[in-house]
Write a protein that binds this ligand. Structure first.
Ligand code: SAM
Length: 302
């Protein structure tokens, strides 16, 4: 994107969308009604937006992909910081509103679609140049937070950061270290691809309508290569799942269920060789220890 195309400091059509007054005006003007089933909780606080946008480290050379722009509270701020903004919104009632609000912002592109069904590789080809740094910045619909994030990560999209508002409980699980009750297969999956960082905890009062769960902003910085070296990712994640299958059970028991009862003795010997105590629980294992197990299982065809 050339410098000329950067329209970052142009005011958008609507003034600040993310204020209680302006949000209520827009909703009233278009006769919009919130759909709980789509996780529609709109941001009405500039402070939180400042924190989200600062964490995303955007500049005039970078692009932003937003998922679920709503009426554009965050979109507007991204438009002021990035070279281009592509915003994917599932609710067709919001498309004309967004098109109106961003009518004068050529560098903002509104895409109508379900992000979970969209061909994101294609979207990237269409919207971003190959050498452009792209970050996902979003206040995610809470009912599909994990599927959306896993899709972004598993598709290996060329992303720099993912900065998202999500349920606090999910953010805690993503950022958890081994040893605590929050650490599980989601922590391993996210940390395999990214370095997580909790940006801030967000009170209910910054949304219309207010959600009934606590929220947090999390920043995921994509790693150049995965945190651990494994020959077969699918197998690695199967082993991780198996270790957490029954959280109260020991590794010996969870992994016996994975390899088969008849191989229990062989399994115990192998864990001893790997210097992993079979009485430990999955929640104490590091990403590297899961990798060690996966590698040696593969060598045995398990
Ligand atoms: N970004 C706005 C804000 O911060 O005020 C709205 C955030 S609201 C929590 C989530 C938005 O995601 C809603 O606009 C909703 O319609 C949209 N959404 C829900 N499911 C979606 C999906 N599968 N694909 C794309 N957008 C979706």
């Amino acid at each position: 994107m050339s410098e000329q195309a950067y329209k970052g400091n142009q005011p958008s059509h609507a003034g600040d969308v993310a204020t209680p007054k302006r949000t209520k005006e827009i909703i009233a003007k278009y006769g919009f009604s919130f759909k709980k089933s789509l996780g529609q909780n709109f941001l009405i606080d500039q402070n939180i937006l400042n924190k989200i946008v600062a964490a995303a480290q955007l500049d005039a050379s970078k692009a932003a992909l937003e998922i679920g722009p709503g009426i554009g509270a965050l979109t507007q701020r991204l438009a002021a910081s990035a070279a281009t903004v592509t915003a994917v919104e599932i609710d067709n009632r919001l498309i004309p509103i967004l098109n109106d609000i961003f009518a004068d912002n050529d560098h903002v592109s509104i895409v109508h679609g379900d992000v979970l069904k969209l061909d994101l590789q294609n979207l990237f080809k269409e919207k971003f140049s190959p050498d452009q740094k792209v970050s996902v910045v979003a206040n995610l619909p809470y009912y599909v937070t994990t599927p959306i994030l896993m899709k972004l990560l598993e598709e290996r999209l060329p992303l720099e950061h993912i900065v998202v508002m999500i349920q606090k409980e999910v953010a805690d699980r993503m950022a958890a270290s081994p040893g605590g009750k929050e650490y599980g297969s989601l922590s391993v999956a996210v940390q395999y691809y990214c370095k997580p960082e909790l940006v801030c905890i967000v009170p209910h009062s910054v949304f219309i309508p207010q959600p009934n769960v606590d929220s947090a902003v999390i920043k995921l910085t994509l790693r150049d290569k995965p945190a651990v070296d494994v020959p077969n990712e699918e197998h690695y994640f199967k082993v991780v799942q198996a270790c957490f299958a029954q959280r109260r059970k020991t590794l010996a028991n969870n992994l016996t269920a994975f390899v088969g009862k008849e191989k229990r003795e062989e399994l115990l010997t192998l864990l001893a060789e790997l210097e992993i105590d079979p009485t430990r629980r999955g929640e104490t294992l590091s990403l590297e220890e899961f990798a060690r197990i996966s590698r040696s299982f593969l060598e045995r065809g398990w």
